[in-house]
Design a protein. Structure first.
Length: 324
């Protein structure tokens, strides 16, 4: 128990320092800020969700005592809670139905069915949407007030505080304000996913991950996610604050489908010659240009509707060996 307490407090201190580093304004602090959930996720995956919860609570209290209640609440909602819950879900398993635990000669632990990766992605999308919406609501209670606050902040960053921007700069600021909520949700979704993947890699390397590495190629979102995405897209045309909520939720869910699209690509290229070249080129195009990720979104959505991976695997599974 003392070991878990030490790990929890160490992870909490590291996470709090990384979160608070944004105050410095240095460029490296932005990277540390986005990686703030990583220590708590490592604690959750390597030592259990209890360690992450203790570390998160201690870090939130420390930040609140030093910087005030807003920092405490912001850390708890955007870092500690997602890190604890996603780490808990990653280690959640149940005995596999219909599989015998042993032959009766010796007690054998039953095989476990682990919480699906696709559902973890959906939870990450939910956290990304909720934290983004909560952050925007701190700027105002209606869409006009939030947009005005975002515009003032952007003009301040551009060095135009207190002065009237030109028409060109004004149009640019308006365009950035329009896409800012969705972009924030995408960044939050990618940050949570990347932190969880890094935490799993770290605990796997150290031998502390208490579950087998999942087959990421099989990741699939629950079928009802399509209905939720359709509803979010419809709400985004309702106007006012509903538009912001719909746009943020749609962006988070579409990002989840983009990640599933990469899983589909990894599956469909299993028998392709030069597979690594194709995959490397796709990842490079997405990182450099950005817009090719739309193809991954379409691929993820198409697989959800038409089941491309299932059809591919059914055609390419080798026939069973004949009994001797």
């Amino acid at each position: 128990m003392m070991t878990i307490l030490f790990i929890a407090l160490t992870a909490g201190c590291a996470s709090a320092l990384m979160f608070a580093s944004i105050i410095s304004g240095a460029l490296i602090s932005l990277l540390l800020f986005y990686l703030a959930p990583l220590p708590l996720m490592v604690a959750a995956l390597g030592w259990g969700s209890l360690g992450a919860s203790i570390g998160g609570i201690a870090a939130a209290i420390g930040l609140g005592a030093i910087f005030g209640l807003p920092y405490c609440i912001a850390f708890a909602l955007t870092v500690a809670l997602p890190a604890w819950w996603l780490g808990h879900l990653a280690l959640l398993g149940r005995p596999l139905a219909g599989v015998a635990a042993g032959n009766g000669a010796a007690p054998v632990a039953p095989p476990l069915e682990w919480y699906p990766v696709g559902r973890i992605l959906l939870w990450a999308a939910g956290f990304a949407a909720l934290t983004t919406i909560a952050a925007l609501l701190t700027l105002g209670g209606d869409a006009a007030t939030i947009s005005a606050a975002l515009r003032r902040g952007l003009l301040r960053i551009m060095g135009l505080r207190g002065s009237t921007p030109s028409d060109e700069m004004g149009h640019f600021a308006d365009a950035m304000v329009a896409i800012a909520p969705a972009a924030a949700a995408i960044v939050a979704m990618m940050t949570l996913t990347l932190n969880l993947w890094l935490a799993a890699r770290i605990t796997t390397t150290s031998g502390r991950l208490h579950r087998p590495w999942p087959d990421l190629k099989s990741a699939a979102l629950p079928p009802m996610t399509l209905a939720a995405l359709s509803l979010a897209l419809a709400v985004s045309f309702a106007g006012g604050l509903f538009t912001l909520v719909g746009e943020i939720t749609s962006a988070a869910l579409l990002t989840a489908y983009a990640l599933v699209g990469f899983a589909v690509l990894h599956t469909l290229t299993l028998s392709v010659k030069g597979r690594m070249l194709w995959l490397g080129g796709t990842y490079a195009a997405v990182l450099v240009a950005g817009w090719p990720v739309l193809a991954m979104v379409v691929l993820g959505l198409a697989d959800a509707v038409f089941g491309f991976r299932q059809r591919y695997l059914q055609r390419n599974v080798p026939p069973p060996m004949a009994a001797p």
